[in-house]
Design a protein around this ligand. Structure first.
Ligand code: AMP
Length: 286
């Protein structure tokens, strides 16, 4: 497995592979890897990529003031061994100064789909995400890039950016990996101690409860979102942020009756800010 630490090194590696006609697949991460991350590399293989590449970069520009940039969990040695086992051929590990050299002043702002949901609670977050992903794309030059549906709004932002800026990269969404009890896997789950870890289940429990209602015929998006909300608000250790029903493609609010809807939820539990979502459609869950 090759480690590339600067944009020039990474780009050199990618250009050489492209000249050999190799199809490059890419899934960026902030490290502290779990099975959800590792599933992304299997998807790239299944999609016929000859080169499966990863990046590990905790991107300062997507964290707001007072957020967890400094204490975000980092474990490079363990991440690299997991990526090696997952068959990843190259890992891009840029430093902050390589990504944002002094004098850097260009950003990518995806205006519409970055608004609402997490965009309203984390001002500047999606601008930081879009900017860093554009830079990663320019260094890794993938043909295909995969992003988890766990970060549903982020996936929509990246799809929009790739289309609007003519990156010519196929963007693929990957299903959410969950712990056996339903909690969506996340690097931030490491912040949860015993009681908070149990309390954190209120997000997935709310989504599954809404899925049950949908299965029983409920088609009012407000009623579905309210079911998620009441589950989170019923958990004393959780601070509710939002529960909303959106169109899975546009992320616009949906009007009833709806045959296909994504429910998105965010809440704070102890020191962790958690998000989760589920897409429901007639004829079964997606
Ligand atoms: P992160 O390291 O949190 O920036 O995540 C890197 C990539 O892994 C993103 O595309 C995430 O959406 C994806 N990811 C994170 N958690 C999960 C999960 N539980 N299931 C599937 N993909 C995930």
């Amino acid at each position: 497995m090759e480690l590339l630490r600067t944009p020039v090194e990474m780009r050199g590696w990618a250009d050489a592979r492209r000249r050999e006609g190799r199809r490059i697949g890419f899934a960026p991460t902030m490290g502290c890897l779990h099975a959800g991350h590792l599933s992304l590399y299997g998807i790239l293989r299944d999609r016929g990529c000859d080169e499966v590449t990863a990046s590990i970069f905790v991107n300062p520009t997507q964290f707001g003031p007072g957020e967890d940039f400094e204490k975000y969990p980092r474990d490079e040695a363990s991440d690299l061994s997991l990526l090696r086992e997952a068959g990843v051929g190259a890992v891009y590990l840029p430093g902050v100064a390589d990504m944002y050299p002094e004098g850097s002043q260009t950003v990518v702002d995806v205006t519409g789909v970055s608004k609402g949901l997490c965009g309203d609670r984390r001002p500047g977050h999606f601008q930081g995400v879009a900017t860093v992903v554009a830079k990663l794309f320019n260094a890794v030059r993938p043909h295909v890039a995969v992003f988890g549906e766990k970060d549903f709004q982020q996936l929509a932002v990246i799809r929009r950016m790739a289309r609007d800026l003519d990156f010519g990269i196929e963007i693929v969404g990957a299903p959410i990996f969950r712990e056996d009890d339903g909690l969506a896997m996340s690097s931030r789950n490491r912040y949860l101690d015993g009681a908070d870890r149990i309390a954190a289940l209120c997000l997935s429990r709310g989504l599954f409860r809404a899925a049950g209602l949908f299965g029983a015929g409920e088609r009012d998006p407000l009623a579905l979102a309210a079911a998620v909300r009441s589950e989170v608000e019923g958990e004393p250790r959780a601070t509710f942020e939002y529960a909303e029903a959106r169109n899975p493609e546009t992320l616009f609010p949906v009007t009833p009756p709806t045959g296909r809807v994504t429910l998105l939820v965010a809440a704070r539990v102890g020191p962790a800010r958690l998000i989760d979502n589920i897409t429901l459609q007639e004829g079964g869950q997606q």
